[in-house]
Design a protein around this ligand. Structure first.
Ligand SMILES: O=C(O)c1ccccc1NCC(=O)[C@H](O)[C@H](O)COP(=O)(O)O
Length: 224
């Protein structure tokens, strides 16, 4: 049976990485977008990644970076998966992933009038664009690209897409159980909802969030 995977994003401190690992996070995200308050340099991310045990995936997050920037970042910081969170075209994502020789996630930033069929078409285009495409992260459309703590209408997610999708955008201790029980996504991703301040995670909120996801798995019969 499927257990909802969990990514904690926007980590900047060793103690926050340790808290995510201790509570069972499957992945940790490092933001390489300089305008983000959660930005870390590739060298700083390398220090944080060096603290990870096996089987916790480091994810590198980019917004409109060039293929050379992505490749150089991945050379310095050994991320296992790329996440393209800007306005990148399919070709730009495929080219950057090939340059870095890493699999990647693309992001669909959902608006109020987004149709479920658009998500399926977008995923199909991504899959056709590169053998390195690993999956689709669904986030809420915001001007700052992401990390805004805003939810979108989960009911528009097609039932046959959910088991392959990463649900993101405004998840929290308060809504994670319901999100998992309703959507039954492959994984969830959270940043603001487990923070004491931008880029500063709260260990108790991380633990509560992961427990809330597990409660959602129990309700939907997903627990392993
Ligand atoms: O986290 C950021 O500051 C950020 C900035 C620009 C683009 C993406 C960003 N984060 C990407 C993530 O994967 C976040 O976890 C995702 O947007 C959800 O954030 P939140 O709604 O705060 O949980």
């Amino acid at each position: 049976m499927h257990r909802t995977r969990i990514k904690i994003c926007g980590l900047t401190r060793e103690e926050d990485v340790a808290a995510a690992v201790a509570d069972g996070a499957d992945a940790v995200g490092f933001v390489f977008y300089p305008k983000s308050p959660r930005y870390v340099t590739p060298a700083r991310a390398a220090e944080l990644i060096a603290t990870l045990p096996p089987f916790v995936m480091p994810v590198g997050l980019f917004v409109n970076a060039s293929a050379d920037e992505v490749a150089e970042t991945a050379r310095v910081a050994p991320v296992a998966l790329l996440q393209f969170h800007g306005d990148e075209t399919a070709a730009q994502c495929a080219g950057a992933a090939a340059a870095a020789n890493r699999p990647f996630m693309r992001v669909f930033r959902v608006k109020g009038d987004t149709a479920g069929s658009e998500l399926l078409e977008y995923e199909a285009q991504c899959r056709a664009s590169s053998h390195l495409f690993a999956g689709l992260l669904l986030d809420t459309f915001v001007d700052a690209y992401g990390g805004a703590g805003k939810v979108f209408d989960w009911s528009l997610i097609p039932k046959d897409l959910a088991p392959r999708a990463v649900l993101s955008g405004g998840l929290s201790v308060q809504n994670a159980t319901g999100a998992v029980a309703q959507v039954r996504p492959y994984a969830v991703d959270v940043s603001s909802g487990v923070e004491a301040a931008k880029g500063i995670k709260d260990a108790s909120l991380i633990a509560q969030f992961i427990a809330a996801v597990r409660a959602g798995d129990a309700i939907s019969g997903n627990d392993a």
